[in-house]
Design a protein around this ligand. Structure first.
Ligand SMILES: [Zn+2]
Ligand SMILES: [Zn+2]
Length: 311
């Protein structure tokens, strides 16, 4: 993650008259979280650099839609290190989240050393999405009381995993960029590095494409990977007639792609329609949080401008 680009992007939104004061406050909050995550990622990368096992054909694993690289070459997550990351992320998130007294007290009194010691960190380093799902399904197994809201716990877990996974994702991206024809494969739906579902995607001037390529972005580990221009990230359909782009209130830079086949949707950034750059997916993810609320609103279908996915 490039913090200079993060700061430039947040600053551009801050000076955008169409961005509300509340959204600016949210962007600043996440900018601070990204700084914390990046600082921690650099510390962890120095302490225990990730290496791809010499005997592993990681390219085949990367390109196999049924596999992902960490599944074969996991990140080793140290319990004391993870506890430290959890504690600092929890402190930051709790301070800025405007929690009720009970929830704030429950978080503040958590013993993150005990939580990390009980957690299945082998799973966290090999299949982070499954790890988060397992913890959220039974937080009491790690000694996390029911007073800690599930949404907040999920945010803390995913945000704390990123500094541990990102250095590995960067090593894998650098190694993958050197392979012959890195763009010549059928892209997987989920992250080829950590197996998490895509967080969002962007269409624009992506490497290896003729100006209008599409890339998926994984917030869990930070990986971006090539994806078909016309395709549902959820069910994988290529059926143009079933995929529709919607833009909201004159902001064609941030669109919702819906799929009639599975009922899923994805948030997509259109680089050429952004009011300002630079395009930083970590920031765009925060900017597009509003789109999730739009999709859930029953008036969604009636209120948006719809265009075919080819537009
Ligand atoms: Zn990932
Ligand atoms: Zn679909």
């Amino acid at each position: 993650m490039d913090l200079d680009r993060v700061r430039a992007s947040v600053s551009a939104y801050e000076h955008d008259p169409d961005v509300t004061t509340a959204d600016v406050a949210r962007l600043r909050f996440f900018e601070g979280l990204l700084e914390l995550q990046q600082g921690r990622a650099e510390e962890l990368a120095r302490k225990a650099p990730y290496e791809l096992p010499a005997g592993l054909d990681f390219v085949s694993v990367y390109r196999d839609p049924r596999q992902f690289v960490l599944g074969s070459a996991p990140v080793r997550i140290d319990a004391a290190d993870f506890a430290q990351t959890l504690a600092s992320v929890a402190r930051y998130v709790t301070a800025g989240a405007g929690l009720g007294e009970q929830a704030a007290h429950a978080i503040a009194s958590l013993d993150w050393d005990a939580v990390a010691a009980r957690a299945d960190l082998a799973l966290a380093g090999a299949d982070p999405a499954a790890f988060v799902e397992a913890v959220l399904g039974a937080p009491e197994k790690l000694g996390i009381p029911a007073e800690v809201p599930g949404g907040l716990l999920g945010t803390i877990l995913v945000s704390a995993l990123r500094p541990h996974l990102q250095p590995a994702a960067e090593v894998i991206a650098a190694a993958y960029s050197k392979v012959e024809d890195p763009h010549g494969y059928s892209a997987p739906l989920d992250c080829p590095v950590c197996g998490s579902p895509a967080t969002a995607s962007w269409v624009g001037d992506a490497a290896g494409t003729s100006g209008r390529g599409r890339k998926q972005y994984c917030a869990t580990c930070g990986t971006q990977w090539d994806f078909d221009r016309i395709r549902c990230d959820n069910c994988g359909t290529h059926n143009e007639g079933h995929l529709h782009y919607h833009s909201v209130e004159g902001d064609p830079g941030h669109r919702i792609l819906t799929c009639d086949e599975c009922g899923g949707y994805e948030r997509v950034v259109f680089q050429e329609d952004l009011r300002h750059g630079p395009l930083v997916m970590e920031v765009e993810d925060v900017v597009m949080a509003n789109l999730d609320q739009v999709v859930r609103d029953p008036r969604f279908k009636a209120s948006v401008t719809t265009a075919k996915a080819t537009a």
